[in-house]
Design a protein around this ligand. Structure first.
Ligand code: PGA
Length: 246
């Protein structure tokens, strides 16, 4: 398969980490032989561990990022973390609009758009997470939901849009063990592709070493956003290696 876009596999640790657990995981990732890997690899970690991750991965080919960023530059926003703070820790990436934040923090469309703008202004590449809920899926509203969520991109200067990575994560597949079939995922990716062109489009939702290669074989799936399986070095490396096998 001729693929010009280089694949990307991103771990999303969510709120699972500790100094001790991270040390072991990062050591295994840093020591893994990724020479010749046919994908880029990154981890998005909780804010307090950015310094630890930076220290552990600086001399490797892996990159890192955060799981959220403030919609504001700076000021009286207790508890928030700005894009310039992420830049201080050399973040390459930041997740924006993850479904868990849309659901629990009630992140609005405008807020998500502003977060994209803030990240890009500092040269941090946002990974814009999209996806329909189970009930939207059951009502046949997958594509209209995605189309609406993609409108956040309109806030972004067109010259910067190619730096945005899209992650399609059906909410019903996150952490549930249910995955969209490769064909189902491909159909949505193709829809997104028609809207965004050559941007990287990752799939997320219960990606495991066992299902990764069939997903990666789909023409519009450019990699994965991996939650649970990114907490185990073996599983995460298994997914990375699956990207070589075709
Ligand atoms: P999961 O999470 O791999 O545990 O389903 C994916 C995500 O929410 O990014």
């Amino acid at each position: 398969m001729a693929l010009e876009r280089r694949r990307l596999v991103v771990g999303n640790w969510k709120m699972n980490a500790s100094l001790t657990a991270n040390t072991a995981l990062l050591q295994q990732l840093a020591q893994a032989d990724l020479t010749g890997a046919s994908c880029d690899v990154a981890v998005c970690v909780p804010f307090p561990y950015l310094s630890q991750v930076q220290l552990a991965l600086t001399e490797t080919t892996l990159t890192w990022g955060a799981q959220d960023v403030s919609a504001f530059d700076k000021g009286a926003y207790t508890g928030q973390v700005s894009a310039s703070m992420l830049k201080d820790f050399h973040c390459t990436w930041v997740l924006v609009g993850h479904s868990e934040r849309r659901q629990y923090q009630h992140e609005s469309h405008d807020e998500i758009a502003q977060k994209l703008v803030q990240a890009l202004k500092l040269g941090i590449r946002p990974i814009l997470c999209l996806g329909e809920t189970q009930s939207q899926y059951e009502q046949g509203k997958t594509l209209s939901t995605i189309e609406h969520q993609l409108e956040s991109l309109l806030a972004v200067d067109p010259s910067l849009r190619s730096n945005v990575v899209i992650a399609y994560e059906p909410v019903w597949a996150i952490g549930t063990g249910l995955t969209a079939t490769p064909e189902q995922a491909q159909a949505v990716h193709e829809f997104i592709r028609r809207k965004v062109g050559d941007n990287l489009i990752l799939y997320g939702g219960s990606v495991k070493p066992q299902n990764a290669s069939t997903l990666f074989n789909m023409p519009d799936i450019d990699g994965a956003l991996v939650g649970g399986a990114s907490l185990s070095a073996n599983d995460f490396l298994g997914i990375i290696h699956a990207s070589h096998m075709e």
